[in-house]
Design a protein around this ligand. Structure first.
Ligand SMILES: C[S@@+](CC[C@H](N)C(=O)[O-])C[C@H]1O[C@@H](n2cnc3c(N)ncnc32)[C@H](O)[C@@H]1O
Length: 221
């Protein structure tokens, strides 16, 4: 995703301690303290502009959400979006959403063992070249990290437009000890759930008539 860098973005984020977490490692294993409750923790890895995670936080107030990306401009956009969603409910501070500027490679520094109930991987970069396969967020090396932070009854929900990336991911899930559920080869043609929240990328691809693949992966116990 190409973005124009804007001066002052980090300062603007730092003025929002209710939603932007400058030192997210400090909450490893104790995110419940940040949110002030023990509701299930749902994390989107690579949230982009945050349409999905901010809408989810509005739809599901009984879950806590963390959006992670490595571009501060995207965090700013996600924060604005979340505030406008919660303002419609007459609440100025989204109570169940945190945003972290963080490289997913180091996700083990962010969450303790079994701390996360659900991981969302939405339209992750497909890294189509074979020599870049280890950068794919569903490479078995990443999945081993997710297995560590997920609860034993946790889930990974994946959506993508990339057929090859989807096939690679299904194989990786199986190899890394996950079972697959609700595999869809054409999400929108099969009639998405009415409460289904679309991501920015999903809206773009859907409008172009492109196919969307989806699956859920659960650790094999
Ligand atoms: C293709 S975009 C998808 C955005 C969003 N999930 C959607 O569906 O609209 C992928 C996002 O993942 C982020 N990303 C990729 N690798 C990352 C990493 N290692 N750590 C943090 N964010 C990453 C990128 O910055 C980008 O915003």
């Amino acid at each position: 995703m190409r973005l124009r860098r804007r001066a002052g973005t980090m300062d603007a984020l730092l003025r929002q301690p209710d939603i932007y977490i400058p030192e997210p490692r400090e909450y490893k294993g104790r995110w419940h303290e940040f949110f002030g409750n023990s509701n299930p923790l749902h994390v989107e890895l690579g949230m982009g502009k945050g349409r999905f995670i901010s809408n989810m936080s509005g739809h599901y107030p009984d879950c806590n959400f963390i959006g992670i990306d490595m571009k501060e401009e995207l965090l700013m956009q996600a924060s604005d979006k979340a505030r406008s969603i919660w303002a419609e409910k007459a609440q100025m501070e989204p109570p169940n959403l945190a945003l972290a500027l963080f490289n997913i490679e180091y996700v083990l520094d962010l969450f303790g063992a079994g701390e996360v109930s659900r991981i969302y991987l939405n339209f992750s970069d497909p890294w189509p070249k074979r020599r870049h396969a280890r950068r794919r967020l569903t490479h078995p090396e990443f999945l081993a990290k997710y297995t560590h932070i997920l609860r034993s009854d946790g889930e990974i929900h994946l959506k993508t437009d990339g057929e090859h990336f989807f096939e690679f991911s299904l194989n990786s899930f199986i190899e890394a000890g996950f079972d697959l559920r609700n595999v869809s080869l054409s999400l929108h043609r099969e009639g998405a759930h009415p409460e289904h929240v679309m991501t920015e990328y999903e809206m773009k691809f859907h409008e172009r008539g492109q196919n969307i693949y989806r699956c859920e992966a659960v650790p094999r116990n």
